[in-house]
Write a protein that binds this ligand. Sequence first.
Ligand code: FES
Length: 120
Amino acid sequence: MDTEIATIPRSEMSKRVRICAASEIKPGQPSKYEVEGEGALAIYLVDERYYATSDVCTHSTASLSDDGELDGHVIECTWHGGRFDIRTGAFLSMPCTVPLKTYEVTVEGGDIFVTLEQAV
Ligand code: FES
């Protein structure tokens, strides 16, 4: 007996949300934006490319845009020294053991959009 597996196109499982004007993001300085249903996101500009992660450190509740220090593609949480790669969300040092959530970023018409994955 054949089993059919329904596949849902990616476009139906994700939603693109406008965050801000690209000009609002300054190089090397994370900016925090609240996104309904998702929480706070940190938006970064490094080497003329934009990145987005969750703004909340996975070790506790520190805001990475308020309490983080960005060095290249690495954000360090100043609360306890945890570090993450903003490109992948990978944790790079203790006490962080959980990756940071990252988001696809697109720039269109001078605005920044992030793609949110939807629960299906
Ligand atoms: S809250 Fe970020 S390292 Fe502890």
